[in-house]
Design a protein around this ligand. Structure first.
Ligand code: T4K
Length: 396
C-alpha cells in the first residue's frame, strides 16, 4: 500500500482536486453570443441576452418573474429591502455567511435558529421560539439544495404575520412537492456563482410570483429608477451584464448533462462509501428533482478518535482540497460573535453538525477514477490514524 502524503509519501493527485470547479458549457456557442454582443454594442442594462436569459429561466422554473442580478448576496439584499424587513429576521446559522450579512448590511439583526440534524435545514420549533415583537421575517435556506421545511415555515409566518423568503443559492434545478424551487415564500434568490454547478461567472436571480414585488425589486436593482431620470425608490446597481447572461444561456443548454454527471458521481460515492461506516453521505429527497452539486459527508466519531479536521489535513496533503462548509456557524464569525456571544450555547445541533461536515469534490472535472482514489485515501487515513494524529500534534 502506498504511503500517505502526510506521512511522507507523494500526493495521490499531482494537481489539486477542488470542490467548486466550474462547469463550462459549449464554448463555441458562448463565443457566438459574445460576437453578437459586440456587434450590438450592448453590454449591460437589460440587453437582449439578459432578457432572453430571464425568459428562459421563467420557463424553466415555472415562475412569473425572474430578475437577474450580479450575485446572490446583492440579490438577497434587494429582496430584503423590497419586503421592507426591519428589526430582527430569523435565519439559520448553518449557512454561508452571505445569508446573515445580507441582513446585517442593512441594519437588520439576524437571529440565528438551530437546525434539524437530519436535513441540516431550519428547525421550525427553534424558529418559533425566537419570535419577538421585533421580528419582521424568516429567511430560510435550502441548504445543499434540499428544500427547507417550507410548509411549516409558511404556517409560522402566517400565524405571526411575518414575511418569508428563501435563500435558494444551492437549489437551482431542485423541486419540492413536484414544484420547482423558486415558487415558495414571497421571494427566492438563486446564486449563479462560478462555484455553483450552474454558473454565470458571478450572478444570481431573484424570483417571485408577485407582480408588485417584482416591479419594486426590478427598480431597486437599477438605482430605484422607474423610467429615465426618475428614481422613486432607494436603489442600488445589482444588474447582470450581457457576458454573464451569455454564460447562463450556454450553461442552461448543458444543465441536464451537469446534473447527470453530479448524480452519477453521487451514486458512485454512495456505493464506495458504504465500505466506510465513519463517513455518512447525506441523501437527497426521493421523487424530487435534485442537482446533487454537493457531496456532503458527516464524519462520525472514529474509534481511533480522528477528527474531521485531522482527516481534512490528511486529504489536503494528497491534493484533495475538500471543504468544511459551513464551519464555523455564522454566529461564531464577526460581527455576530461579538454582538451575541451567548448564541453559541443556544445552537447545539448547529455546533455539532458544523464540526462533522466534509464536502468532497464533484462536478464535470471528477469521475469514477478520482472517486475510487478519494475513498481509498479515506480508508487509508483511518487505518493510519495513530500516526496521523502524532504528526499533526507535532505541528504544534
Ligand atoms: N447563500 C448561500 C447559502 C451561499 O452558499 C452563497 C454562496 C450565497 C448565499 C451568496 O452567493 P453569491 O453572492 O456568491 O452569488 C464560495 C463561493 O464564493 C460562494 O458563492 C458560495 N456560496 C460558497 C459556498 O462558496 P468560497 O469562499 O468557498 O470560495 P473559494 O474561492 O474558496 O472557492 C471554492 C473552491 O472553488 C476552491 O477550491 C477553488 C474553486 N474555484 C473557485 C472559483 C471562483 C475554481 O476552481 N474556479 C473558480 O473560478 O466561497
Amino acid at each position: 500500500m502506498r504511503k500517505l502524503a502526510i506521512l511522507g509519501g507523494e500526493p495521490a493527485f499531482s494537481e489539486p482536486l477542488h470542490v467548486g470547479r466550474p462547469n463550462i458549457g459549449d464554448r463555441e456557442q458562448f463565443m457566438a453570443y459574445t460576437r453578437q454582443m459586440f456587434d450590438n454594442r450592448w453590454l449591460s442594462n437589460y440587453g437582449p441576452l439578459v432578457k432572453q436569459f430571464e425568459q428562459e429561466l421563467c420557463q424553466f422554473l415555472g415562475v412569473k418573474h425572474v430578475i437577474t442580478v450580479c450575485n446572490a448576496t446583492i440579490g438577497l439584499e434587494v429582496a430584503i429591502r423590497a419586503l421592507d424587513l426591519h428589526g430582527e429576521v430569523i435565519v439559520p446559522s448553518f449557512t454561508f455567511i452571505a445569508t446573515a450579512h445580507a441582513l446585517q448590511w442593512q441594519g437588520i439583526t439576524p437571529i440565528f435558529a438551530d437546525i434539524d440534524p437530519l436535513t441540516h435545514n431550519l428547525d421550525p420549533r427553534s424558529v418559533e421560539n425566537l419570535i419577538t415583537p421585533r421580528t419582521s421575517g424568516i429567511l430560510g435556506v435550502h441548504l445543499w439544495g434540499r428544500p427547507a421545511p417550507v410548509e411549516a415555515l409558511e404556517q409560522i409566518a402566517k400565524k405571526h404575520q411575518l414575511k418569508l423568503l428563501f435563500d435558494a443559492a444551492h437549489a437551482f434545478g431542485c423541486s419540492h412537492q413536484g414544484q420547482m424551487i423558486g415558487n415558495f415564500g414571497q421571494v427566492e434568490v438563486f446564486s449563479f456563482h462560478a462555484t455553483k454547478f450552474f454558473n454565470t461567472f458571478e450572478g444570481g436571480a431573484i424570483v417571485t410570483n408577485d407582480d408588485e414585488l417584482a416591479n419594486r425589486m426590478r427598480r431597486i436593482t437599477n438605482f430605484g429608477f422607474s423610467g429615465h431620470d426618475k428614481a422613486i425608490d432607494l436603489g442600488i446597481n445589482a444588474k447582470m451584464t450581457e457576458p454573464c447572461a451569455a454564460m447562463g444561456l450556454v450553461n442552461l443548454q448543458s444543465l441536464n448533462t451537469f446534473v447527470e454527471v453530479n448524480r452519477c458521481n453521487y451514486n458512485f460515492y454512495q456505493h464506495e462509501l458504504t465500505k466506510l461506516q465513519n463517513f455518512q453521505l447525506i441523501d437527497y429527497p426521493e421523487h424530487e428533482r435534485a442537482n446533487f452539486q454537493y457531496i456532503v459527508v458527516e464524519v462520525v466519531e472514529t474509534e481511533t478518535g480522528l477528527t474531521r479536521d485531522e482527516i481534512l489535513t490528511a486529504l489536503r496533503a494528497e491534493n484533495v482540497l475538500a471543504r468544511r462548509y459551513f464551519w464555523p456557524g455564522c454566529h461564531q464569525m464577526e460581527p455576530y460573535r461579538t454582538e451575541n456571544p451567548s448564541a453559541v450555547n443556544k445552537l447545539p445541533v448547529t455546533e455539532a453538525i458544523a464540526k462533522r461536515i466534509l464536502v468532497l469534490p464533484t462536478g464535470t472535472s471528477v469521475g469514477k477514477k478520482e472517486i475510487v482514489k478519494i475513498v481509498t485515501l479515506l480508508k487509508s487515513i483511518l487505518t493510519n490514524s495513530t500516526a496521523i494524529k502524532k504528526i499533526i500534534a507535532s505541528y504544534g
